[in-house]
Design a protein. Structure first.
Length: 573
């Protein structure tokens, strides 16, 4: 695809937006800049600073690959628009500039009121460009729109700058009637050249533009390339996502993906909680689940071109099973995956595969063997860190492997082979070096949660307390342990290993503080329940005995054996 670099006068772009020659693709987000943002970009223009390039897609209005709408503040309905270009990158900047030069009755972010922008010519004369632009609420700016007030106070609305010569001529007539000496000796010689220079910078400001040639609605490769170009060039605003592009494409077929997402937010508590209402991540994950249900690729190029036929039905199915996947993942039952809080979810990118596998189990009415296979895939993928980084290829491969195994147990999935080789039959596999919060770390904490971890002090279940991961052998205690040469025996990696972490309430952690394990076990943990409470933290009798004698090395070895025993239980079918 040949893209054409060029430069265009900024005010021409603003005028084309106002006339509808430039429109927004439907996937673009709403205008979100504050009045400080608008003032800052106007100041940059006044100073002649670079404000970024603008990415434009050439279109035929009758056969655009994307649905479109007017730039915010332009009072034109979609059916009235006949754009020549869609703006892909630069929407917030162009909308802000249009806002200043056209003054539409549109509230800005963080306010209920529209604002008008003004240029203070006295600041221009003083060379104070940083203070030369200000704004006022539209409903309070009546005096600034009175010409006599403008002339008296040397204030020009930005809406007048496109016809600056007329404003200046009116000012000169007003001034010469009142003060000819000031007109000839001060204004004409000193101020007029400075004002013309400053306003000329604004009016003749050029910006780099990049124009993408026309792409037909059925040109899947061309549309995918637009996405790639956008992602490489976009440096400001919100990055374009597959969800955004597909939203625009489907809109042309009568499928309103925004509405479908809002409905999903209303009907699915966990999806709403994990996404925060934002479709950027989980919207794409639902689309991946939908593609898997259709047994299609999940790469961006494929998602952008998901066919509209039957889309709403498949979307509802994907949302339903994404919610089921999150429910299973957050469950602390023996059949759940223990990610009881969002921070403990090992990989959100695993959710489309889990959702599609649960759908397949229900659709084909499979038995508990399929569920055991899903558990093996899930825990193995977490502890092998298989879903770190780019995951599109592994997503489809895992889904296909598992669904084939559902029907034929003799077809061994690749992930099962990796589990056997790298965990179950690998004598060097160890959790000791896991000392930062990654998927493996989260996996261990989730295994603890599944055991029904009880607070050390309260002897009460996890769901009734705000538990977080804390040290079992306190950091301060371990830092005080010296070797034979009098140096600290344990450094941060050894102290912070996940083997020395578990779910404890903040209150209990404060009580433990610098105590030795033997000391806080005696003082804080109910003695008649000590063994049962510790068992819920994957601390067995051997590990508990090591705690009671403050034997850190013995504790780490015993606890790792216990954690691995539980993990292996999930990894065997």
């Amino acid at each position: 695809m040949d893209i054409t670099p060029d430069k265009k006068r900024l005010l021409d772009l603003v005028e084309r937006a106002r006339s509808g020659d430039i429109a927004l693709p439907e996937f673009q987000r709403n205008f979100v800049w504050t009045r400080d943002d608008v003032r800052d970009i106007l100041t940059s223009v006044l100073k002649g600073y670079f404000i970024g390039s603008f990415l434009l897609l050439k279109v035929d209005a009758e056969s655009s690959p994307f649905a479109f709408r007017a730039v915010a503040g332009v009072e034109k309905l979609a059916e009235q628009l006949k754009p020549d270009w869609l703006i892909l990158d630069g929407q917030q900047r162009l909308t802000s500039l249009h806002y200043a030069f056209a003054a539409p009755p549109l509230p800005l972010k963080w306010t209920k009121y529209p604002y008008r922008f003004f240029l203070d010519l006295s600041k221009i004369s003083a060379g104070d460009l940083d203070a030369a632009i200000f704004s006022e609420r539209a409903d309070l700016s009546g005096r600034y729109l009175d010409k006599d007030y403008q002339f008296e106070n040397l204030i020009v609305p930005f809406t007048e700058l496109s016809q600056w010569e007329n404003w200046l001529n009116d000012y000169e007539r007003w001034l010469i009637e009142r003060d000819q000496e000031r007109y000839f000796n001060e204004y004409f010689k000193v101020h007029k050249p400075v004002w013309n220079r400053a306003v000329g910078v604004i009016r003749q400001f050029y910006v780099p533009t990049i124009e993408i040639p026309k792409v037909k609605p059925d040109d899947a490769d061309g549309i995918a390339e637009i996405c790639a170009i956008f992602e490489k060039l976009n440096s400001t605003g919100v990055a374009l996502s597959v969800y955004d592009l597909l939203t625009a494409r489907l809109y042309s077929f009568g499928v309103d993906l925004h509405r479908l997402w809002q409905q999903a937010m209303e009907d699915n508590e966990l999806l709403r909680q994990f996404s925060g209402g934002d479709p950027d991540i989980y919207g794409v994950l639902v689309l991946r689940a939908l593609a898997l249900i259709r047994e299609q690729e999940v790469k961006s190029k494929s998602l952008i071109n998901l066919r509209p036929e039957g889309f709403e039905k498949d979307w509802h199915t994907a949302v339903l099973y994404m919610e089921k996947a999150l429910k299973r993942t957050t469950s602390t039952s023996q059949d759940g995956f223990g990610a009881f809080a969002q921070k403990w979810l090992p990989y959100s990118t695993m959710m489309p595969v889990l959702a599609a596998l649960l759908y397949r189990i229900d659709r084909d009415k499979l038995d508990n063997r399929a569920y055991r296979g899903v558990k093996k895939w899930y825990w193995g993928s977490v502890f092998l860190e298989r879903y770190a980084g780019a995951v599109e290829s592994i997503t489809l491969a895992d889904y296909r492997d598992l669904t084939e195994w559902f029907g034929d147990p003799n077809r061994q999935p690749l992930v099962f082979e990796q589990i056997e080789r790298n965990i179950l039959h690998n004598p060097n596999f160890s959790l000791r070096d896991t000392a930062r919060v990654n998927a493996v770390y989260r996996g261990v904490i989730d295994l603890v949660a599944i055991q029904g971890a009880k607070d050390f002090r309260a002897d009460d279940a996890i769901e009734f307390h705000a538990l977080d991961d804390h040290h079992i052998f306190p950091r301060a205690f371990l830092a005080s342990v010296k070797d034979v040469e009098g140096n600290s025996k344990y450094k941060n990696p050894d102290i912070n290993t996940v083997l020395n972490r578990t779910l404890i309430s903040q209150a209990a952690n404060r009580r433990i503080s610098r105590m030795k394990p033997s000391e806080y076990l005696a003082k804080l943990v109910p003695p008649e329940r000590k063994q049962e409470i510790m068992a819920t933290h994957l601390i067995d009798e051997a590990a508990l005995a090591a705690m009671e004698r403050d034997d850190y090395e013995g504790f780490l070895k015993a606890r790792e054996r216990r954690i691995m025993a539980v993990l292996q239980m999930y990894l065997k079918i």
